[in-house]
Design a binder for this molecule. Structure first.
Ligand code: SF4
Length: 414
């Protein structure tokens, strides 16, 4: 039987040669499933010239030509309303970036948040508890770096800033040690100028126990370079300038202003202040970010408490109102049913806490006792003569709350 035989050209691998040959009748092997084992020449795209279909043993290559398979061209009209061929999606925002965006400095509220009804009793009880516990923030807080002895004011301010920058997501003791490490390992001690030019590896080795130490290595060196570039080379004195430093947010900025410059520009709201004020239901609705908490608190909390509220609640949160498993069993707010978030605690399974406060004093009476008092002595029938005294009471009412007024006594002469 004669037929076409395909062979690959040695000169061009893309050319398949077709030759006629006579073969005995061979039936293809067909297996039980009906499949044949013969190969199919599916890749050939060459076509022989009509006269080449004769049986020859010598092949004339010139008689074969390579033809590209014909492609069908389709015209597509592009209309203006067509969707773009490549859909451009917004870049996914990582949770860390979202947190950073939320940490942007918010302006003050236009309308003040209402004062929580029992905040004075709650605040007074926390003060009493804080006086009776020793919290890590009292000895190793960022305001008191262990390196502070023998430092000039400008260098101390820089140590406070670096201490605050290292403190996020890190225990106070670890932060304190990291600042000490920096001061001891950088040649010339820790200053803006020495940190700005210190080898990155030296800085990283000194702080590698704090949370996110790689990022913080970059941030504190960038902050040091930014301070060196300032005319005074000092820590800035405004929240706006502080927030421009890489890695510094409003919380750190306000705390730095208070601790470094003694400027009370706002409340430093960290996770403890944010958590505890929400557990006490001071925010309606509950706040989602520390910045929302700050603007709420600043709208109604007396300004003289803007600075002390941070160490007060941080220490309280470190020892009693813990993030997980708060010690409501020893908390005076829980015992006096002044906390809407109190929970039942099985003290037998919990770590023992050393504290020196009791609930035997009436906090409401305590608050009343600290208010200014007015004593008025008069005869009932001499009502007319009371006018000056009533005016004086009005005046005292206005003064109420001012720390300078302790007691005023008004006597009406007959
Ligand atoms: S009662 Fe519990 S939740 Fe409430 S403030 Fe005290 S420790 Fe925190």
């Amino acid at each position: 039987m004669s037929g076409l035989r395909s062979t690959r050209s040695a000169a061009n691998s893309r050319v398949t040669l077709l030759t006629t040959e006579t073969k005995p009748d061979v039936k293809p092997d067909v297996d039980a499933n009906g499949f044949t084992s013969l190969r199919r020449a599916t890749r050939s795209t060459t076509r022989p010239e009509p006269e080449a279909s004769s049986a020859k043993s010598t092949v004339d290559l010139s008689k074969y030509s390579y033809a590209e398979p014909a492609r069908k061209r389709v015209k597509r009209e592009v209309k203006e309303e067509d969707e773009p061929l490549v859909e451009v999606k917004d870049e996914p925002v990582s949770p860390a970036r979202k947190r950073k965006e939320k940490a942007a400095y918010l302006p003050a509220r236009e309308k003040a948040h209402p004062e929580p009804p029992k905040w004075r009793e709650q605040y007074a009880l926390i003060e009493r508890m804080r006086a009776g516990i020793d919290a890590p923030v009292d000895t190793m807080g960022c305001e008191r770096p262990r390196t502070m002895r023998d430092l000039d004011d400008k260098t101390l301010r820089f140590h406070i800033l670096i201490s605050l920058m290292l403190s996020s997501q890190t225990k106070d003791a670890v932060t304190s040690q990291a600042v000490m490490n920096l001061h001891e390992s950088i040649v010339g001690g820790l200053t803006a100028a020495t940190l700005a030019t210190a080898p990155e590896s030296t800085v990283a080795d000194a702080i590698n126990k704090v949370g996110f130490w790689r990022r913080k290595t970059e941030y504190i060196q960038a902050a040091a370079r930014a301070l060196v570039a300032r005319p005074d080379g000092d820590v800035p004195q405004t929240i706006e300038e502080l927030c421009q430093l890489k890695g510094v947010g409003p919380k750190m900025g306000f705390l730095a202003l208070q601790a470094a410059w003694n400027i009370n520009a706002g409340i430093g709201v960290d996770v403890h202040v944010h958590r505890i004020t929400n557990r006490l239901k001071w925010h309606k609705p509950p706040t989602k970010t520390p910045e929302d908490t700050r603007v709420n608190l600043e709208s109604w909390l007396p300004p003289e408490l803007h600075r002390p509220i941070n160490p007060l609640l941080v220490g309280f949160g470190q020892v009693i109102c813990l993030p997980v498993g708060p010690r409501c069993d020893i908390c005076l707010l829980g015992q006096q049913k002044l906390c809407p978030s109190r929970v039942t605690v099985n003290a037998a399974n919990r770590k023992e806490i050393a504290y020196r406060f009791t609930a035997d004093r009436d906090v409401k009476r305590e608050i009343e006792e600290t208010k200014p008092k007015v004593e008025i002595a008069y005869e009932e029938e001499e009502e007319e003569k009371l006018r000056p005294a009533v005016d004086e009471v009005d005046r005292v009412d206005k003064l109420e709350g001012e720390a300078t007024v302790d007691a005023i006594s008004v006597k009406i002469e007959p």
